[in-house]
Design a protein around this ligand. Structure first.
Ligand code: HEC
Ligand code: HEC
Length: 322
């Protein structure tokens, strides 16, 4: 045998051993735990204003995943719109039940989980989105609502389902899917009078439109959202409840493939009620029916300022693939 071939043989052998070692490690370790203490936090005061805003935010950003049709509360369910490559993932019971829900969690524990993805026992919550750039006031409003007497969060004694992650999901959580660092300074939303800055906040902090509307969850940059690949240019392959692919759309102001030719009134109809010049919008595009005119205006103003991307999706006559 030639010497070079023999060396190649050793290299391949070592690689196989390394891969097998990593696979055994991942399979045994599963989804990793993290030693993370929640940052101290003064108890959150549940003012009526916060509870009302919190309801709007939870309906917009949490209920699609956490609402259970049988209990009609946020008692958790299997996520049907997740790729089967990740195994079976279940959202948790986040009602006030003290055993099965979050009734016994402190405000600091809740906020820490929402910011970083790591829960009280150190377990990293998978697929649960992180709310890194949400303002402290919005965060307080979400928590105030979770503690309110609204029927969605009343104590529901349904145990959360254990996760059934695939090997792929375990491998990802041991490599690229990591907790996000907790913020080190207070986070305030810009004033609504500065429409562009406020719109930017809504897109990356409050509603996180960019997560679905950039190229791919895998290349999103949660610490610096505007650096996500294809920022707001659409084409992210999402799934509906039947597991069919629905591509997100280009919401930059590129005139042909984006929404550059839309009026603000058309934009408002689309984000609030799912009605567009091309017809109705389907799940998973949320219906933000409670958006204020101020919010719609800010979103529209900001989207006109982001770099235009030319990227056609089905409403432009392209057939969905994958
Ligand atoms: C994309 C779907 C999705 C969205 C949107 C979502 N969650 Fe979750 N959430 C999950 C999943 C899945 C888990 C369970 C993860 C695990 O156990 O590893 C979870 C876990 C949690 C937990 C931890 C509960 C426990 O007992 O471990 C809390 C609290 C929570 N979510 C609150 C929220 C709030 C508040 C919002 C909105 C601001 C929200 N979630 C939005 C999917 C989602
Ligand atoms: C959970 C993922 C998700 C989130 C979050 C989301 N969208 Fe969408 N959006 C979609 C999908 C998917 C479509 C395409 C639906 C279809 O094909 O019927 C869409 C379509 C749209 C359209 C229609 C564009 C066109 O050309 O027809 C607009 C406008 C839009 N979204 C704006 C927003 C804004 C603004 C936000 C944040 C306030 C947002 N979306 C948040 C998934 C999402």
């Amino acid at each position: 045998m030639k010497k070079s071939l023999r060396i190649l043989g050793y290299v391949v052998g070592l690689l196989v051993l390394a891969v097998a070692g990593f696979a055994t490690y991942v399979a045994a370790r599963g989804i990793p735990n993290y030693d993370l203490q929640p940052a101290p936090l003064a108890a959150i005061e549940a003012t009526p204003g916060r509870v009302e805003l919190g309801e709007k935010l939870v309906l917009a950003s949490c209920a699609d995943c956490h609402r259970n049709a049988k209990t009609n509360s946020l008692s958790g369910q299997q996520l049907m719109d997740l790729t089967p490559d990740f195994g079976k993932v279940y959202s948790a019971n986040i009602t006030q039940d003290k055993t099965h829900g979050i009734g016994n969690w402190s405000d600091a524990q809740l906020v820490s989980l929402l910011r970083t993805g790591v829960g009280p026992n150190g377990r990293f919550r998978v697929i649960m989105p992180n709310f890194v750039h949400m303002s402290d006031e919005d965060m307080a409003s979400v928590v105030a609502f979770l503690r309110s007497d609204n029927a969605l969060v009343r104590a529901t004694p349904t145990p959360s389902h254990a996760q059934e992650p695939s090997f792929l999901l375990k491998a990802l959580t041991n490599t690229v899917m990591k907790p996000t660092p907790a913020p080190t300074a207070p986070i305030a939303a810009p004033p609504a009078t500065n429409a562009v800055a406020y719109g930017n906040y809504l897109v990356v902090g409050r509603y996180k439109c960019y997560e679905c509307h950039s190229k791919d969850f895998g290349t999103n940059n949660s610490l610096e959202p505007a650096r996500s690949e294809g920022y707001l240019g659409g084409g992210n392959a999402l799934l509906n409840m039947q597991g069919e692919t629905v591509l997100s759309r280009n919401i930059t102001s590129e005139p042909e493939t984006g929404i550059g030719d839309w009026t603000e009134a058309q934009f408002a109809q689309a984000v609030k009620f799912g009605m567009t010049p091309h017809g109705p919008l389907a799940y998973p595009m949320p219906k933000y029916s409670r958006l204020t005119d101020e919010e719609v205006h800010a979103l529209y103003a900001y989207l006109q300022t982001v770099p235009k991307i030319k990227n056609a999706t089905p409403e432009d006559g392209v057939v969905a693939v994958r």
